[in-house]
Design a binder for this molecule. Structure first.
Ligand SMILES: Nc1ncnc2c1ncn2[C@@H]1O[C@H](COP(=O)(O)OP(=O)(O)OP(=O)(O)O)[C@@H](O)[C@H]1O
Ligand SMILES: [Mg+2]
Length: 260
């Protein structure tokens, strides 16, 4: 039984300048304990898909179940079982890292004493221990990112959605996060749904990749399979494979295509 299953999931935004079809019908499944790399060029529809799967944005078409709960009829059931680390996190700049973590725990109905203990554990896991009493405003970009990730883990979710979690992390921070993700999967059988533009990260971390382009699934499979199928050989780089799948065209607002 997959823990995530979508069928024709779609989202059109209605703007003054007309409709924007951000997601045009996505079918995918994710198995329990799987680390799925959800890849695609800027504007492909990754964040929009994540926002739908995490109940923050209602779909305009199709359906999905997450952790056995239907997105449309039981969004509360979905929310209790998932953690979400958004592409740009929103923390209160004035409160301390500790208070931010404790507040999040309280939001998930942990008694204060437990919320405080959990804050300490997560700070350990994410390398934030020395920073617990600092106001969030005084964190560096990478420290902020680690706090965002800690906040997504407070309630020990079975499924974790991460939107570009390692953007802005230094190499050691990135390696630590990879280790943490692998550990969460090994110890808790956590399912991880992750977007990234770092293809080495997708290669190293994900069991399977789904590549989206212009709101649709363009390719799907293990990195090895995609390399053989689209990159021309199992030794192809994931970057060449990715470009073979999505093309190397300019962003929509650019007047002329990039020279290849
Ligand atoms: N609220 C909105 N209103 C109108 N258009 C939107 C809205 N949100 C997203 N879009 C458009 O939908 C498309 C998909 O955006 P989305 O943020 O899902 O892309 P993405 O794959 O996450 O890109 P990136 O890699 O840059 O984060 C883009 O063309 C974007 O401009
Ligand atoms: Mg995005």
């Amino acid at each position: 039984m997959p823990v995530i299953a979508t069928s024709g999931l779609a989202r059109t935004f209605h703007t003054k300048r007309g409709p924007v079809e951000a997601v045009r019908g996505i079918d995918l499944t994710v198995e329990a304990g799987e680390i799925l790399g959800f890849l695609g060029p800027n504007g492909a529809g990754k964040t929009t898909t994540l926002r739908m799967l995490t109940t923050l944005l209602p779909p305009t078409g199709g359906s999905a179940t997450v952790a056995g709960h239907d997105l449309a009829t039981d969004p509360g059931g979905v929310r209790r079982r998932i953690g979400y680390v958004a592409q740009s996190g929103g923390v209160d700049p004035t409160v301390s890292v500790r208070e931010e973590l404790v507040t999040q725990g309280r939001l998930y109905r942990l008694p204060r004493r437990e919320a405080v203990a959990r804050a300490g554990e997560l700070a350990d896991d994410l390398g934030l221990t020395g920073l617990l009493d600092r106001p969030c405003a005084a964190l560096s970009g990478g420290q902020r990112r680690r706090l965002d990730i800690a906040l997504g883990l407070v309630h020990r979710p079975g499924i974790l959605f991460l939107d570009e979690p390692t953007t802005g992390l230094d190499p050691a921070g990135r390696a630590d996060l990879w280790d943490l993700i692998r550990r969460l999967r090994a110890e808790q059988d956590m399912t991880v749904f992750l977007t990234t533009h770092y293809l080495d990260e997708a290669d190293a971390l994900a069991d399977r990749l789904v590549v989206v382009d212009q709101g649709r699934v363009a390719a799907e499979g293990t990195a090895a399979r995609l390399k053989a199928e689209y990159g021309g050989s199992p030794d192809a780089t994931l970057q060449d494979t990715f470009i073979a799948i999505t093309g190397r065209r300019a962003a929509p607002h650019d007047p002329a295509p990039l020279a290849v």
